[in-house]
Design a protein around this ligand. Structure first.
Ligand code: FAD
Length: 354
């Protein structure tokens, strides 16, 4: 059986980002890598969006970038602008083909479908496949369905995204719509829930149809792409092994209050690349403890007060756009944290704190 210096389990966002980063910095000139990925073919299956607060390797996979966004409820709309931190959307199809084309040029990198084909005992393992999660009524998820629609007439203002529209049924959960206009006649419209993910919330097609027809007032459109997903708003279980590091969602790279993961994956990849020579002694990369602590309180508030959350999100965005973006993207300083915290309703947050 063949063995490799490194094995990446799961050639998704984290596995491929890490392989790309290591390859870019020539870490496979004298080392070998096997990427274990069972999927038969790579095609567009996700749209990764985030505020660009750091540089990353995938600017050429950006579908579109915006400086303006709104959040709104039945009664109010807030308009925010940030020229410092554009909101970017990455097309996973472009991302996969860019990376795979590059990695295939290196004969020290091999793609395999099944880990049983190789000997793993002498390798260092980067694992991006989370252990199965037991059904737990306490776990929160961000679950969603997005469709890209195309209209005959020009319908959208493609200079502005709608980050959260709470003008919709809440059903005792937290529910909003998200609209990313790629062009005047194309947009991704997503129904998103922050909840324990009950089956009743999963009538996504109806929710999207109602919203597009009644809120966006669009009757004539074609669906050209669909994505469905559920991001765990809790850290997946993990076990320690000296020759293994969990990466991506499995490695705790999701910011629990927002579901944003993509840029954290890029930072984790960079950290591993910078320390690859001492990989056996490497301290685990994690999202700053300050955010872990604040997000835990935030999610407890959300669990107990779903009806108040639209109001809480509104208040949070009533600071300067750059402050809130930095906070949501793990880049805020102490003063900025205090500004955000001061916008929160004190009593319910204090109750969760104690
Ligand atoms: C639809 C969707 C949209 C998202 N949008 C955003 C966004 O806009 N912004 C953001 O920051 N985050 C977003 N996320 C969250 C996060 O960025 C993504 O989930 C991201 O893909 C996580 O990367 P990953 O490598 O951990 O997991 P994945 O990308 O899911 O990769 C895991 C890989 O493991 C493979 N695999 C599965 N089982 C095995 C096995 N037994 N052995 C080997 N391989 C296996 C899978 O085929 C897959 O390729 C989104 C998530 C989803 C699901």
């Amino acid at each position: 059986m063949k063995d490799f210096d490194y094995i990446i389990i799961g050639g998704g966002c984290a596995g491929l980002s890490l392989a790309y980063e290591l390859n870019l910095y020539k870490k496979f000139e004298n080392k070998t890598l096997a990427i274990i990925e069972p999927r038969e073919e790579y095609k567009r299956d996700k749209t990764w969006s985030f505020w660009k607060v750091i540089d990353h390797n995938f600017d050429d996979c950006v579908k579109k970038s915006w400086n303006n966004f709104t959040i709104n409820s039945k009664v109010e709309t807030q308009h925010l602008q940030s020229n410092d931190y554009p909101y970017q959307s990455i097309d996973s199809g472009l991302f996969y083909s860019k990376i795979i084309n590059e990695l295939k040029k290196n004969k020290n990198i091999i793609f395999l479908k099944d880990i049983r084909e190789i000997d793993i005992n002498n390798s260092f393992i980067f694992n991006s496949v989370p252990l199965p999660v037991k059904n737990n009524d306490n776990n929160l998820w961000q679950h969603f369905c997005g469709i890209e629609i195309e209209t005959k007439k020009n319908t959208f203002d493609d200079s502005i995204i709608n980050l959260m529209d709470f003008d919709c049924e809440q059903r005792d959960s937290v529910h909003f719509f998200y609209t990313l206009p790629y062009s005047p006649n194309k947009a991704l419209v997503e129904t998103t829930w922050l909840s324990k993910m009950s089956d009743e919330e999963k009538d996504y097609d109806n929710q999207l149809k109602n919203y597009i027809e009644n809120n966006l007032k669009i009757k004539d459109y074609n669906i050209v792409y669909k994505e469905v997903g559920a991001i765990p708003l809790f850290y997946p279980p993990s076990y320690y092994k000296r020759n293994k590091i969990d990466i991506g969602t499995a490695g705790g790279m999701t910011r629990l209050s927002t579901g944003y993961t993509f840029l954290n994956i890029q930072e984790q990849s960079k950290y591993i690349r910078e320390n690859i020579e001492n990989i056996f002694d490497l301290k685990r990369y994690e999202i700053n403890k300050k955010y872990q602590f604040l997000d835990k309180i935030f999610l407890n508030v959300l669990k107990k007060n779903p009806k108040r959350m639209s109001n809480i999100f509104f208040k949070m965005f009533k600071t300067s756009p750059n402050t809130v973006i930095k906070f949501l993207s793990n880049k805020s300083n102490f003063l900025e944290d205090l500004t955000i915290i001061s916008k929160m309703p004190k009593w319910i947050f204090l109750k969760e704190l104690f």
